[in-house]
Design a protein around this ligand. Sequence first.
Ligand code: SAH
Length: 344
Amino acid sequence: MDEVLNGLDLDYPEWVDALSEKFGLQRYRADQVCQWIYQKKVFDFYEMTNLSKDLRQKLAGSIVITPPVLARMETSKDGTRKFLWQLQDGESVESVLLVQQGRLTACLSTQVGCPLSCAFCASGKSGFVRNLSTGEITGQFLAMEKLTGQDIDNIVYMGMGEPFLNQEAVFKSIRILNEPKMRGLGIRHFTISTAGVVPGILALAEMKIPVRLSVSLHAPNDQLRSKLMPINKQYPLSTLMEALRKYQSATKDRITIEYLMMNGVNDSTEHAYELATLLSGLSVYVNLIPYNSVPGGNFKRSTDGRIKAFADILSKLNIECEIRRERGSDINAACGQLRRVMNQ
Ligand code: SAH
């Protein structure tokens, strides 16, 4: 018997090939199927009414389309929604849907758990289980659009996991959701966030696809950064900065720097000056993120005064920065609060 294909894992050329090889179908059939899945959010071949009954049956017998199943949804008082999805093997991941000035941003997970064990983040605390498949990544997005009945404007790979440790599936998910015959989401509407996995940054630089890049920096020197983020021992700041310079000269694109504000840890005026020196010569936009409490976390959010003083120094040194308003923290949907199991 033929192997059953997972439809959400296929990119457009793969759909065209699969339908032509298996059933001798022409390209426009692939266009129709992709339109049902990615635009109408119809995942059952039997509902694809512009295909013959016979064809629907054949397709259903050899291709499955299985977006993640909603296990739970919570809505924050600011409108942020958090979704817990159950995957085919019983594992689960979370995604978040943010509303900002009427625009919807989907924050997608790329791994079940996370192997990086950053000291301040909940995602790593429950360990690493596995990478998500391409279809499990795009599936989070499609399932959110189907459930809410709304078109989502932006995607940020800032959920659970490290996108550059699951690079192939992440890049493929971008290709699929960007493809005009599929979802057609503009390439500038995708942002990859990394804890500093240098080979991924260099791969993105080489591909020259203008996806936005965001780097979780959180400390301006190796000593502190290695303590907070063990990945820094593998890719220390000098290596990371060199990769960012390469990325920038290849793409000419501004880089977002995420900097968590943790009281008495990384938020002094000296740290601000050190950060400015580290970033000099790069075109960046710094997001200062007040630390969100996570269960078992032993950090405290910086005071408003310290955050403002830090921001003022960066601005004075001509580094553009913004203090990020937190979203969804009342339902543990804010940065660093995503886990494999909801609210435990
Ligand atoms: N691994 C990638 C993608 C995850 S993005 C990365 O690190 O960029 C999640 C973002 O939330 C990262 O910037 C992360 O550093 C930040 N974060 C983690 N724990 C946090 C916390 N307790 N409060 C606020 N932000 C946190």
